[in-house]
Design a protein around this ligand. Structure first.
Ligand SMILES: [Zn+2]
Length: 335
């Protein structure tokens, strides 16, 4: 992927393109940002820009050099990934040795260390001197979603390039470009947390429809006049195994209420789950009154509180019961 093809990261890719074009690219870079934001693709895009003979400083993506880089078959582009859950000294020694020599073939060599937060202390220390002064022609790119876990001495030797979580509109476009229908794309975009990688996983598996099933079950339980459905809906998550996708289902549910709130406030342009706007305009769960904003706002908070509680290991069944009862009682108060 060329730098200019990377979606939703205009600031990062513009910074890199400018640095390449002006010949002032730092020799050690730290790409940080959430998983699935396109950091590793950007590292390869950078390699194309530095190496492509057809479109220097840009990369064409189709010539022999570009193709070998993208296929992982170019001798001057190396991507190091953690072996198990850490990057050990021997792996880094290989990078250090490469950075001590001129590129074999291309005008530049790009050495990428993916998940650089997995560098163990001896591996990180071994890398320090190389980050400071690799042999000219070498660029080292550290990629991480957790920059705080890197040694400060590593961070301070790299120029930081920040990648952002992808906005929902970009995610929807990525999914629809792959032939995913609009409603599914919206659901996956709402739950993907800014990650293109997670978006594709959600679209390609059954998980995306399962998230809606879970979110809808909660809404139906809240709308019921009985308490039984609330207890049943919560009890379905007493087993840890059942809770695998629960956090994302709650993100989706919060998004649903948030969109209903935007719709009720007349801000249609803020609605992400547009394919479901008929459901939202109709009573959203137990929030009976179309123009009653407060219960919808409380519903968003109740869902997010439950999600934080689950992340902090509170009892899942209790947290879900409380969430549904809170949403229901604030709707009842308002009606
Ligand atoms: Zn090319």
């Amino acid at each position: 992927m060329r730098l200019r093809d990377i979606a939703g990261q205009d600031q990062a890719t513009a910074l890199l393109s400018r640095a390449v074009a002006s010949g002032r690219l730092a020799h050690a870079l730290l790409f940080d940002g959430p998983d699935g934001a396109g950091k590793r693709s950007a590292a390869l895009g950078l390699a194309l820009a530095l190496s492509c003979p057809e479109q220097p400083n840009l990369g064409c993506g189709t010539c022999d050099v570009c193709r070998r880089i993208l296929a992982g078959q170019h001798p001057d582009v190396r991507v190091l990934v953690p072996g198990t859950n850490q990057i050990v000294l021997d792996q880094v020694k290989e990078i250090v040795a490469l950075a001590a020599s001129r590129p074999h073939e291309a005008p530049a060599r790009v050495l990428v260390i993916d998940q650089a937060d997995c560098l163990n202390p001896s591996a990180a220390n071994c890398l320090l001197k190389t980050l400071e002064e690799p042999v000219p022609g070498n660029t080292i790119v550290l990629v991480t979603a957790a920059p705080a876990r890197l040694l400060p001495t590593i961070r301070s030797r790299c120029q930081r390039v920040r990648f952002v979580g992808l906005p929902p509109a970009v995610l929807i476009e990525l999914a629809t470009r792959r032939g995913i229908d609009r409603a599914r794309a919206e659901t996956a975009a709402a739950a993907a947390g800014g990650s293109a990688a997670r978006l594709y996983e959600l679209c390609e598996s059954e998980v995306e429809s399962n998230l809606w099933t879970v979110a809808s079950r909660f809404r139906q339980a809240i709308a019921s006049s009985e308490m039984g459905p609330i207890f049943d809906a919560a009890a379905a998550f007493s087993d840890k195994e059942e809770r695998q996708d629960l956090s994302e289902a709650l993100v989706l549910l919060a998004r649903f209420y948030r969109d209903a709130l935007a719709l009720a406030a007349g801000a249609e342009d803020l609605v992400l789950l547009g394919s479901h706007s008929a459901e939202m305009a109709a009573p959203a769960g137990a929030c009976q009154r179309r123009h009653s904003l407060i219960p919808l706002r409380r519903a968003v908070n109740a869902v997010l509180d439950a999600r934080s509680g689950l992340a902090a290991n509170v009892n899942a069944v209790t947290a879900l019961e409380k969430m549904m009862m809170d949403i229901r009682s604030s709707a009842v108060e308002a009606s």
